[in-house]
Design a protein around this ligand. Structure first.
Ligand code: F0G
Length: 461
C-alpha cells in the first residue's frame, strides 16, 4: 500500500488536497476548517478513471480475525489489523506497540441498577499507554515517520502526551509535550518523562497550550500530533470496528463517548459510517457525547438550538482529561451526533465521582473522564432515550491508574466539597457510603485485624 491512496478533504469547503500538502496546523487554507481522510472508496469520493478498490466485507471479516493469530507486529496491532480501511502508510513504516484489541466487558451490576438487560464497556484504557490515544497515535506517528519528520509535538491534558511520547520513542523521534502546569494527573506526567519527551509545563490551561503550539509548528519543522491531525482519527476509528466484531456484527443501539476536544466521537462516527457505507452493517448506533458540567461548550451550544458558532468556556473539572473549553473538533462531533441521532449530556462532579466508583466496583475501573459515560447514561435512561431492551456501549477512554490521586481522595471522602455533596439525594448518599473504601490503619496484630474484619462484614467471619 502506498501513501497516495488517500486524500484529505476539507470538512468545511470540501476542497481536496494531497496528504503531504496540509498546512502545519492542519487547517484548510481556504476556509480554516479541519480535514478528514478520504479514500477512493469513501462515500462521496470523486469518480476516477481507474477501477476503485472496494473493500469486500465478507473477505475482510475473515482476514481481520485470522490476523489475530499471526506473529507479525502489523497483524498483532488492533489498529493495523484493519489496514485495508486505513491505507495511509506503507506497512514497513508502521510504528506499533500492539495497541487495540481491547476488551468489551459486560457491566451486570450497573445494568441491573439502571434497569437495563445488559450494558457493555469497551475499555480503551487497556491500551499500551493506558488510554484510547494509542490507537490514533500509532496511525499519525507512522505518517510522521513516513514524511521524514524528526520532531513531533502535542498540547495535552495528559493522555495524548503519554501516547505520543511512547510512540515517538519507539520510532526514535524527538517529542515535545506542552501541558498546563499543575492540571494533569501525575501518572500521565510521569509517562511523558519516562518515555523521554521534552516536557514543558506552561502557566496556562489546555486551550492556552494549543494556541502556543499552533504558532510553534508554523515556525519550526515539527509535526503536530493533536487530534486536528486527521490521521489520528483514522486510528481512533478502529475501536468501532472491534466493537462490531466483538458483537458478531450485531449493531448496538447506543455508543456513549466522553467529550473533550471532541475528536474521538468524530472518529468513531467516521468508522461506523464507513462500515455502513461499505455494507458491513445496515445501520449505525446513536452516538451520544457526555461532557463535564464545568467543561460543557458543546452541551451549551446544543441547548441554545445548535446554531451559529460554539462559545468557548473557561473549563473547570476534576476530570482533568476533558478540562477543555474550546474543542477543536466540535463541528465534526456535532455532525456525527446529528447523523446518528444521538444526544449531548452534561454531568456534575458528584455524578462523575459516583459513576467512577461504580465502574471500579465492577472490577473494571477507569479514569474520571471515562466515568462521565456511565453518569451520562443514567440521564439518558431516566429521560427514556435508552430503553431496557437496548444495548448501550460505554467507551472507557483511560485506565484507573492514570489518576490514582482522584481515586484515593474519593475513598477517603475528601474529593468533593460540602457544597457539591449538599444536593445529593438520600439514595446517592447511601451509594457513596456503600462504595467508599478507606483503608484502615491498624496495629500489626492478628486479633485487631480479625475484629476489624468482623466489623466490616457485620458478622463473625
Ligand atoms: N477521555 C480521556 C481519558 C481523554 O484523555 C480525553 C482527551 C477524552 C476522554 C476526550 O476525548 O478530546 O477526543 O473528545 N484527552 C486529550 C489529551 C485532550 O490531551 O489527552 P476527545
Amino acid at each position: 500500500m502506498s501513501l497516495s491512496v488517500h486524500r484529505l478533504r476539507c470538512t468545511g469547503c470540501g476542497v481536496r488536497i494531497d496528504g503531504a500538502a496540509a498546512a502545519s496546523n492542519f487547517r484548510c487554507v481556504e476556509c480554516g476548517e479541519l480535514f478528514e481522510v478520504e479514500y477512493a472508496w469513501s462515500e462521496g469520493a470523486p469518480k476516477t478513471k481507474e477501477p476503485v478498490y472496494r473493500p469486500n466485507p465478507g473477505a475482510l471479516k475473515h482476514l481481520w480475525q485470522e490476523r489475530k493469530t499471526s506473529t507479525m507486529a502489523v497483524d498483532q496491532s488492533g489498529v493495523w489489523r484493519f489496514r485495508e480501511l486505513l491505507p495511509i502508510v506503507a506497512e514497513d513504516r508502521v510504528v506499533t506497540l500492539r495497541e487495540g484489541d481491547t476488551p468489551l466487558y459486560a457491566m451486570p451490576r450497573s445494568a441491573s441498577a439502571l434497569g437495563l438487560n445488559w450494558l457493555l464497556a469497551k475499555h480503551q484504557g487497556m491500551n499500551p499507554t493506558g488510554s484510547f490515544k494509542d490507537t490514533g497515535m500509532t496511525a499519525a506517528l507512522s505518517v510522521a515517520v513516513s514524511r521524514g519528520f524528526t520532531w513531533v509535538a502535542c498540547a495535552s491534558t495528559g493522555n495524548t502526551s503519554a501516547a505520543m511520547a511512547a510512540y515517538a520513542a519507539r520510532a526514535g523521534l524527538k517529542s515535545l509535550v506542552l501541558i498546563p502546569e499543575g492540571k494533569i494527573a501525575w501518572g500521565k506526567l510521569s509517562q511523558s518523562m519516562d518515555y523521554g519527551a521534552t516536557t514543558m509545563q506552561l502557566k496556562t490551561d489546555f486551550d492556552g497550550c494549543v494556541k502556543v503550539l499552533a504558532e510553534i509548528v508554523k515556525r519550526a519543522p515539527i509535526y503536530l500530533l493533536n487530534s486536528v491531525n486527521p490521521y489520528r482519527l483514522e486510528g481512533q476509528k478502529t475501536p468501532a470496528f472491534e466493537i462490531l466484531e466483538q458483537l458478531e456484527w450485531q449493531v448496538p443501539q447506543h455508543l456513549i463517548v466522553p467529550g473533550g476536544n471532541l475528536a474521538n466521537s468524530s472518529a468513531l462516527g467516521k468508522g461506523l459510517m464507513e462500515m455502513k457505507h461499505l455494507g458491513f452493517i445496515k445501520r449505525v448506533p446513536k452516538i451520544s457525547v457526555i461532557q463535564a458540567e464545568g467543561a460543557n461548550p458543546l452541551y451549551r451550544w446544543m441547548q441554545k438550538g445548535g446554531e451559529g458558532d460554539l462559545e468557548p468556556v473557561q473549563a473547570e473539572t476534576r476530570a482533568s482529561a476533558i478540562r477543555i473549553g474550546n474543542p477543536a473538533s466540535w463541528k465534526k462531533a456535532a455532525r456525527v451526533i446529528a447523523a446518528t441521532g444521538g444526544w449531548v449530556e452534561q454531568v456534575t462532579e458528584r455524578e462523575i465521582a459516583l459513576a467512577k466508583a461504580e465502574i471500579g466496583a465492577e472490577g473494571i475501573g477507569c479514569e474520571p473522564a471515562s466515568a462521565v459515560t456511565l453518569a451520562g447514561l443514567k440521564k439518558l435512561v431516566a429521560d427514556g432515550r435508552v430503553g431496557p431492551e437496548e444495548t448501550a456501549v460505554l467507551l472507557l477512554t483511560g485506565h484507573t491508574l492514570k489518576d490514582s490521586e482522584y481515586t484515593i481522595k474519593f475513598h477517603r471522602g475528601d474529593l468533593l466539597t460540602d457544597e457539591e455533596m449538599a444536593g445529593a439525594t438520600a439514595a446517592e448518599q447511601a451509594e457513596f457510603a456503600r462504595l467508599q473504601r478507606e483503608p484502615l490503619v491498624l496495629e500489626a496484630d492478628v486479633d485487631a485485624v480479625l475484629r476489624a474484619l468482623e466489623k466490616e462484614a457485620g458478622q463473625p467471619v
